[in-house]
Design a protein around this ligand. Structure first.
Ligand SMILES: *Cc1c(COP(=O)(O)O)cnc(C)c1O
Length: 428
């Protein structure tokens, strides 16, 4: 079935007792065992089934199957946030002494996790300029276990050379992990171009209404974990009677990565998604393709409008000629470029502040991917603690404004931006 159909139907069969058309929310912490043998089989993985909602829940299961289907993956695991999805992915591959090679233009929270939490565990992250796959290859050594990037970089919104990067990953037999939050699967499917693991913050466009936190990890089901350098997959796990995930899962071996993430990091660290939030994300995904059409249409129109505005110094939008990574965006984003825009306002910090404070329709907040238009001025908010030098190396100038364009009528969005630009000019 096609994307739009899968987004409404994949993973759900009508419950024959209730005949409920909509997906039920299973608000339960636990599940009754049929008998002691059933219980023993579940705990020994001889049979897969529900035990306790920290490890899995029927509403969550439908969400996981649906996202795996629309991403072209083999299995998925939903978690309490995008942040925990990223952390569990790394610790489901790396252990002390291992290394990650990652793009240097990451989401701020991911950067902090890589910069301060992973080193606590003895995992080293090497950050490289993501505009050329050769930079990733140059940082690979015998300790490298993962290559990590985002589809659209932060804050330049430059599209990555996905096939070039996949080639590097394959050559060195490393899993390619891609945070595709900014490019939901109706815009781009990293697995089609060689990614092994795809991560989303469901909080953003997948949910689409700014109503809940969640994350998901999709396993393409193609990576061969039998290489002994992946110790977590080749050494026996004593908590499952000496199971070796790369060898002993039978029919489930292709999805060893997703299954291990459920059985080890999720089970023992516990960042589970709630049944209610699973349901919210399923609801959001039903209209994802429609919303992304409007996000992309409005995003393009606003970017184009800003580009010609005398108060604007520069505009980054993946679909704008001359924007960073424009060639890659044209190659990969065939169904639209999304709703994210970064632009430089004339007049620096003061103009940026005045612009943000003058917005009436567009909300000033720290989120993206809501149906409602959002704006933030990183230099005076999310990145205000950084020094001038740090701001510069992160590519965040005092004049940078980030917009997440929503699905309102384009005339109303443009009118709000125009009046705020007038205020900014007066205050600059
Ligand atoms: C928001 C976001 C995250 C973190 O997700 P949470 O759901 O907020 O934990 C990770 N990566 C990207 C690209 C994001 O936009």
């Amino acid at each position: 079935m096609k994307f739009e159909t899968q987004a409404l139907h994949a993973g759900h069969t009508i419950d024959q007792q209730t005949l409920s058309r909509a997906i039920p929310i299973h608000r339960t912490s636990s599940y009754v065992f049929r008998d002691t043998e059933h219980a023993a089989n579940l705990f020994a993985l001889k049979e897969l089934g529900n035990i306790y909602t920290r490890i899995g829940n029927p509403t969550q299961d439908i969400l996981e199957q649906r996202v795996a289907a629309i991403e072209g993956g083999a299995a998925a695991l939903a978690l309490s946030s995008g942040t925990s999805a990223i952390f569990y992915t790394i610790i489901n591959i790396c252990r002390q002494g291992d290394e990650v090679v990652a793009a240097n233009n990451l989401y701020g929270g991911t950067f902090s996790q890589f910069d301060s939490i992973l080193p606590q565990l003895g995992i080293t992250v090497r950050l490289v300029d993501s505009t050329d796959p050769a930079n990733f290859e140059a940082a690979v050594n015998e300790k490298t276990r993962v290559i990590y990037c985002e589809t659209l970089g932060n804050p330049a919104l430059n599209m990555i050379d996905m096939e070039g990067l996949a080639e590097v990953a394959q050559k060195h037999h490393l899993p390619l992990v891609v945070d595709s939050t900014f490019t939901p699967p109706c815009l781009f499917r990293p697995i089609d171009y060689g990614a092994d693991v795809v991560i989303h913050s469901l909080t953003k466009w997948m949910g689409g209404h700014g109503t809940g936190l969640g994350g998901i990890v999709v396993d393409a089901g193609k990576f061969d974990w039998t290489d002994s350098k992946f110790a977590l997959y080749n050494q026996p796990d004593n908590s499952y009677h000496g199971l070796r995930y790369a060898h002993d899962l039978g029919d489930l071996n292709p999805v060893a990565f997703a299954l291990r993430m459920r059985l080890v990091p999720l089970r023992n660290l516990g960042a589970c998604i709630s049944p209610d939030n699973s349901w919210l994300f399923l609801q959001g995904i039903e209209t994802l393709s429609l919303r992304m059409e409007r996000h992309s249409e409005n995003g393009y129109l606003v970017a184009d409008h800003l580009q010609g505005h005398p108060q604007v110094e520069w505009v980054h939008y993946p679909g704008l000629t001359g924007s960073p990574g424009y060639e890659n965006a044209l190659r990969y984003l065939k169904n639209g470029f999304g709703g994210m825009i970064a632009f430089g306002i004339r007049g620096g910090l003061e103009a940026g502040r005045a612009f943000i404070e003058s917005l009436k329709l567009i909300s000033h907040l720290a989120n993206v991917g809501d149906a409602k238009s959002l704006a933030i001025h990183p230099a005076s908010t999310t990145h205000s603690q950084l020094s001038g030098e740090q701001l510069q190396s992160a590519g965040i100038s005092a004049s940078l404004i980030r917009l997440s364009i929503g699905i309102e009528h384009i005339d109303d969005i443009r009118e709000d931006i125009d009046q705020a630009l007038v205020q900014a000019a007066q205050n600059a």
